[in-house]
Design a protein around this ligand. Structure first.
Ligand code: ATP
Ligand code: MG
Length: 253
């Protein structure tokens, strides 16, 4: 579908198109479409823009990614459908590692996603989690727990857009710093992760990349200052307060 740029819901419709296309091409599972709808609802509630609280967690996340020894960006069908190029840009500023992590893992879907990244693999991206996912996250069932040795398994910081709550929790238990991107501040993922960016994927990834570029010029002591007082529970409370204030004061007409 061609969406005219002048349409008031242009961005949202464009994202829907990408989701539908990804489903039709086999990159996205049916459940991924439902997850997208849940995200859209929460985006209305936060006002469809990056809040101050989200910006703060974006900055802290960028600093943690720069400080990390083995940062890994985990992607699934939704994230590939919506922001593949944005993830590649971010990975290139780090160590190039992107790991495919699917809730509904099938060989067919793995191959489809590999195809999507083909030109990036030649351009310096290390795509993990398909041919080499021979390690297991403790406590997670076999297919969902598959990770690669040089990627998520040995990572110290993992960026997980739209992760499911179980895996986020298991990754934290493994001692990793888990940065989730999730529009729902009440989800288990948002509550169990170390840092939860309550923002829309396509809006916040370019911002993370921008801060990573800036922070790469800073020394460790300065970066540690950015991350030191972060409190994720406070972050989630700030977002919930913002939503409740919006709901009682929003202009309806
Ligand atoms: P829980 O985290 O409570 O275990 P879940 O992970 O099983 O729940 P899903 O609906 O599968 O629940 O998760 C999808 C999550 O991704 C939702 O919380 C939704 O708000 C979020 N989401 C969907 N699309 C986007 C997007 N474009 N950007 C950011 N978050 C999104
Ligand atoms: Mg979740």
């Amino acid at each position: 579908m061609m969406v005219p740029e002048s349409h008031p819901r242009y961005k949202s419709l464009l994202n829907r198109d990408r989701i539908v296309e990804a489903f039709e091409s086999g990159v996205l599972a049916k459940g991924g479409m439902i997850a997208h709808g849940r995200g859209e609802t929460f985006d209305y509630l936060i006002g469809e823009s990056t809040t101050d609280a989200a910006l703060n967690s974006i900055k802290v996340s960028a600093a943690l990614l720069v400080l990390a020894e083995n940062p890994v960006i985990s992607v699934n069908g939704n994230s590939v459908a919506l922001a593949k190029d944005e993830f590649v840009e971010l990975a290139k500023e780090l160590n190039g590692k992107i790991e495919v992590n699917l809730f509904y893992r099938t060989t067919e879907r793995e191959e489809k996603i590999k195809d999507v990244f083909e030109s990036d693999i030649n351009g310096g991206i290390v795509l993990l989690g398909i041919d080499n996912a021979d390690k297991q996250i403790p406590g997670i069932d076999h297919l969902r727990g598959k990770v690669s040795e040089s990627g998520i398994y040995t990572s110290d910081v993992v960026l997980v857009p739209l992760e499911d709550g179980d895996r986020a929790e298991a990754l934290v238990k493994m001692g990793k710093t888990v940065i989730a991107i999730d529009l729902n501040p009440l989800s288990r993922t948002a509550r169990k992760s170390t840092i939860s960016i309550i923002d829309e994927l396509t809006r916040c990834i370019p911002l993370i990349t921008e801060y990573v570029r800036e922070y790469k010029k800073m020394d460790r002591a300065e970066l540690l200052k950015i991350v030191e007082n972060y409190d994720n529970e406070e972050n989630l409370r700030n977002i919930l307060n913002l939503i409740s204030k919006r709901l009682t004061s929003v202009d309806l007409i």
